[in-house]
Design a protein around this ligand. Structure first.
Ligand code: NHR
Ligand code: GAR
Length: 224
């Protein structure tokens, strides 16, 4: 008998429906991802992700930035909530607030984000609209370590999807989202297994510095 692997303590930050949260939880429930979701924290009381977490008995917190004078004060209070769960990894899953430098440094090297574009293209918001507007033929999603520079931390894993004739924001976002649900749990699994680390401002996988992201060719079929 080998001792069971201890589960990585994860806190997930959300603002919306939480489909990435559910994809991660599903992998964990299937025994394919050695994490335990300690808490779900949202900046919005109406995030669907909260209802889902509550129904499963996962502790939730809501901290609205409206009650704080500035980003720094908000970041400190949010950081105290997150830290109270002693996370080994903080996962941004559709979290829509820019985080203060102090918050980011507090969880430096143990915070990941999934961003719906092929970074470094389209940091920030409205990525699907911008990719369509530019006439791009491909788009995708990126998992990266969070650094103070918005969407500028080292990218670990990307999934590409084609842009096809007749695409609109909704159809493209849905195609990208399916890939997000594959690559985010995979990347978190690497971190949980001790294969992925952040050092000297770079991402390291299996002891090798990643000079370019791993690109996942795992395209799903339309409608599949
Ligand atoms: N914070 C830091 N410091 N660094 C990153 O890389 C971050 C971050 C916070 C969130 C996610 C990011 C994304 O994947 C993320 C990465 C929110 C905005 C934004 O402009 C931009 C990027 C991301 C998240 N938010 C507005 C703000 O003023 C609010 C927008 C709204 O509420 O709709 O915070 O895309
Ligand atoms: C996802 O597409 C994620 O990449 C994106 O928001 C969606 C959240 O969906 N994140 C950002 O745009 C961050 N600024 P979900 O709540 O269903 O996981």
């Amino acid at each position: 008998m080998t001792a069971p692997t201890p589960l990585l303590r994860v806190v997930v930050l959300v603002s919306g429906r939480g489909s990435n949260l559910r994809a991660i939880a599903a992998r964990a429930a299937a025994g394919e991802l050695a994490v335990r979701i300690e808490a779900v924290v949202s900046d919005r009381a109406d995030a669907g992700a909260l209802e889902w977490a509550r129904a499963r008995g996962i502790p939730t917190s809501v901290l609205s930035p409206r009650n704080f004078p500035d980003r720094e004060a908000y970041g400190r209070a949010l950081g105290d909530i997150v830290e109270s769960h002693a996370p080994q990894l903080v996962v941004l899953a559709g979290f829509m607030r820019i985080l203060s430098d102090e918050f980011v440094l507090r969880f430096s090297g143990r915070m990941l984000n999934i961003h719906p574009s092929l970074l470094p293209r389209y940091a920030g918001l409205h990525t699907h609209r911008r990719a369509l507007g530019a006439g791009d033929r491909e788009h995708g999603a990126s998992v990266h370590f969070v650094t103070p520079e918005l969407d500028g931390g080292p990218v670990v894993l990307q999934a590409r999807v084609p842009i096809v004739a007749g695409d609109d924001e909704a159809s493209l976002a849905a195609r990208v989202l399916r890939e997000e649900h594959v690559i985010y749990p995979r990347c978190i699994g690497w971190f949980a297994a001790g294969r992925l680390a952040f050092r000297d401002g770079a991402a390291w996988l299996d002891g090798k510095r990643l000079d370019a992201p791993v690109v996942c060719g795992c395209e799903t079929k339309e409608g599949a």
